[in-house]
Write a protein that binds this ligand. Sequence first.
Ligand code: FAD
Ligand code: NAD
Length: 477
Amino acid sequence: MTERLTPDICVIGAGSGGLTVAAAAAAFGVSVVLIEKNRMGGDCLNYGCVPSKALIAAAKHVNAVAEAPVFGVNAGLPTIDFERVHDHIHEVIAAIEPNDSAARFRAMGVKVIEAEGRFMDRRRVVAGDYEISARRYVIAAGSSPLVPPIPGLDTVDYLTNETLFDLRAGPEHLVIIGGGPIGMEMAQAHRRLGAEVTVIEGGRALGKEDPELAAIVLDRMRTEGIAVQENVKVVEVAKSGSSQVTVTCERNEGGTFEVTGSTLLVATGRRPNVDGLGLENAGIRFDRSGIKVGPDLQTSNKRVMAIGDITGGLQFTHVAGYHAGIAIQKILFRLPAREDRTIIPRVTFTDPELAHVGLDEEAARRKHGDRISVLRWPYAENDRAHAERRTTGMIKVIADRKARILGASIVGAGAGEMINMWALAVYKGMNLGEMRSYVSPYPTMSEIGKRAAVAYYAPMARKRWVRSLVRFLRRFG
Ligand SMILES: Cc1cc2nc3c(=O)[nH]c(=O)nc-3n(C[C@H](O)[C@H](O)[C@H](O)COP(=O)(O)OP(=O)(O)OC[C@H]3O[C@@H](n4cnc5c(N)ncnc54)[C@H](O)[C@@H]3O)c2cc1C
Ligand SMILES: NC(=O)c1ccc[n+]([C@@H]2O[C@H](COP(=O)([O-])OP(=O)(O)OC[C@H]3O[C@@H](n4cnc5c(N)ncnc54)[C@H](O)[C@@H]3O)[C@@H](O)[C@H]2O)c1
């Protein structure tokens, strides 16, 4: 028997975006139906951010032991119990899981349906034994690994982010196709946990990042023994012996080579989950790159908004959360709200970390021509970085001709934490004067940001009129 539900809001997908909409709506006493076909918490909790950062945390400990002798601490050679690493990852997921659980959301008053949701027409969704007619819908159905049509790939066993964290034994030689954030984060973590690692990248590794800063990460990764092959096309993948896989590659400048490994990870981007939602029945425009929305996240069906990865824009958990806020503002409070991508920060959790917000140098030059200032300050000039032996890295700040901060990138220890204040600066339209004037506690690595801002004003001290003014003021005692 089909049960009919008539909530105010129906959310499809209980990942980062959908959960936030459901929790906020329930907090305001609005009736919500939340539909999830797989695991509550979506990609971030189960196959994405959480397990990947837990794995990276394990790998960091290996590195800390390896680097300890320089501090006078001799801990010997670390040995890896990968079964334990696996359990650690799943304990972390289990610790966070209750926050995203169906039980918690039901206790908040959300009607959780654990089934696939599908639009029947412009106003109705069917999910399991339920037919839902909601006043508004929010599609937060996320994305899945995009697996390119590489010849032979279907004849071998390969991993994606959905299966990688199930490994109970460390790979002997991990070959990774794709040098984006997933490929590079996982490459370094596995290398530190004892694997030989080769990354095969069609273009430039960490290609979305400022090349000047990405080079610092790549240099470190190569020093750690990771083979990063860039500008390479994968021609074929084939089984090699009973348990090996051989990847045949062609260099863009000519010549072929082969890499044989024990384990293959495909990390070549994402595919929005547009299939199976019945979008065509609801008059919702979409294509392979996602559901079509404007900055207001409105779809072509006026009752339906789409948020997070499925919109094919910036694919981060904090973006799905930000989108959820826009949906709540529009649906509950009828307030106009628009996405502003210039305020979105991102962090790649390699060591050193690579963090960015706002315009990078190239984008700033495109928009403002030569009327920008580019300021840099190295970690090597920071006392705390010396104490911690973390002197690799730099901050790069871009400002316009009125000293307004357009963007900042940081590569180095703690960059992911440090970018927070720059995200606030970009969001608030702050200028370098404010970054120069606030008091930064000593000794902290965040001081590099203040030093970059101070550097902007350094030429002022050499100006003749400023020097004359100082000389004049000395006369008064
Ligand atoms: C390995 C990896 C590491 C990552 N690391 C980071 C990181 O460090 N920081 C960061 O910000 N981002 C990271 N991301 C990206 C982040 O995970 C995503 O941007 C985020 O999960 C998107 O949230 P979402 O709500 O749009 O989708 P999801 O979290 O994917 O949730 C969508 C949900 O919808 C469900 N669903 C789909 N179709 C239907 C249907 N028809 N009916 C019912 N349910 C449906 C799915 O089962 C899923 O649970 C990482 C991603 C990966 C893969
Ligand atoms: N720290 C973080 O915030 C974090 C970490 C991981 C993932 N993510 C999110 O997940 C998304 C997906 O990550 P991703 O790394 O899979 O995607 P991506 O699109 O960022 O990178 C994929 C890389 O694979 C390369 N590639 C594609 N096809 C190829 C082929 N056939 N052969 C060789 N190389 C090929 C591309 O050139 C690109 O560099 C990211 O865009 C990001 O939004 C975020």
